[in-house]
Write a protein that binds this ligand. Structure first.
Ligand SMILES: Nc1ncnc2c1ncn2[C@@H]1O[C@H](COP(=O)(O)OP(=O)(O)OP(=O)(O)O)[C@@H](O)[C@H]1O
Length: 299
């Protein structure tokens, strides 16, 4: 269980994280989504006691991270895949961590095997690892203490499609066995496939949160017309704000009927009018992070 209450971090006058609250329950994967600079890493660093918050609190299994005795046995953390000592081999990295956590070093080969690092890779120095291999090593390290909670910042970075598929399976299995996972990403497709819950952050603030199903259902209406410029004009005249999609549609925070009537009144031919949720999480993400008016609409 992770509980974040009113977490805030200001750098000078800049609010990197602004009054962020959410919980991650056992048995679930929570996707922590946001564009670059949204405040994901800063939030995760605060949860892990690495960055002191300006205000607010965060607990893991009911306790602030810094007060956890032997934290690696409670929570597995992967914040930066390149944080490992480049001169050590993968096996050395895990062996040292095992000694620190009081774990039998005979667990190390199993941990390497679990993340798909073979005996040759285990003997290589981390500086020779690809980013994907570093992510795998970071995951092995996070899982080594058999924790109940995983906190992973962009763990899919550098993994190939097969690696991403593998990681999803691993996280799903971890949650299905009662674990709690908080997983950040700016690549929405990655999270869509594995998360049950979503927290979407933009400009340091939570702009949407809830179950994936709820959020997709509440993501507005996608409309497309033969004449895109005329549609824009009609929406503007009807006082309907929208966000353009990359393929010529518009996502509008209004019902299909409202949009359809406005189009009919103007004699506009629509070629598509449907809940935007069917277009996937990416559309919702674009909508939610598009502008303040839209953010207000989802509060
Ligand atoms: N140590 C720092 N000093 C000053 N500003 C910072 C510091 N760390 C982060 N920031 C700022 O806080 C904001 C949030 O950054 P953060 O790294 O948390 O975002 P993010 O969502 O993790 O994005 P990314 O995926 O790009 O890392 C950004 O505007 C960033 O420039």
């Amino acid at each position: 269980m992770i509980t974040v209450e009113h977490l805030t971090k200001r750098y000078g006058n800049h609010p990197a994280v602004d009054n962020v609250s959410f919980t991650c329950e056992p048995g679930t994967v929570t996707g922590f989504l946001g564009p670059n600079g949204a405040g994901k890493s800063t939030t995760m660093r605060m949860i892990c006691g690495l960055t002191p918050p300006t205000a607010g609190t965060a607990t893991v299994s009911g306790v602030p991270y810094r007060r956890l005795g032997n934290p690696g046995r409670h929570v597995g953390v992967l914040l930066d895949a390149s944080a490992q000592h480049a001169g050590r081999t993968g096996r050395e990295v895990l062996s040292l961590a095992a000694l620190t956590m009081g774990i039998d070093t005979r667990e190390v080969p199993k941990a390497l095997d679990r993340v798909g690092l073979n005996a040759t890779a285990a003997k290589r120095r981390v500086r020779a690892y690809s980013l994907g291999m570093r992510q795998r090593l970071g995951l092995a390290l996070a899982l080594l203490g058999d924790p109940a909670v995983l906190i992973l910042d962009e763990p899919a970075n550098g993994l190939d499609p097969e690696g991403i598929f593998w990681m999803r399976g691993l996280l799903r299995d971890f949650a299905d066995r009662g674990g709690t996972v908080l997983l950040s990403s700016h690549l929405l497709r990655e999270v869509e496939a594995v998360a049950d819950q979503l927290v979407v952050i933009g400009g340091g603030r939570v702009v949407a949160q809830g179950s994936k199903a709820e959020l997709l259902a509440a993501s507005g209406t996608l409309v497309r017309a033969l004449d895109a410029a005329a549609l824009e004009l009609v929406l503007k005249r009807a006082g309907l704000s929208g966000t353009k999609t990359t393929d010529g549609g518009v996502v509008v925070q209004a019902s299909a009927e409202t949009i359809g009537r406005a189009a009919a009144d103007a004699g506009l031919v629509l070629v598509e009018l449907r809940p935007a949720g069917g277009g996937g999480l990416e559309q919702m993400f674009l909508t939610l992070t598009a502008g303040d008016s839209v953010k207000e609409a989802v509060r």
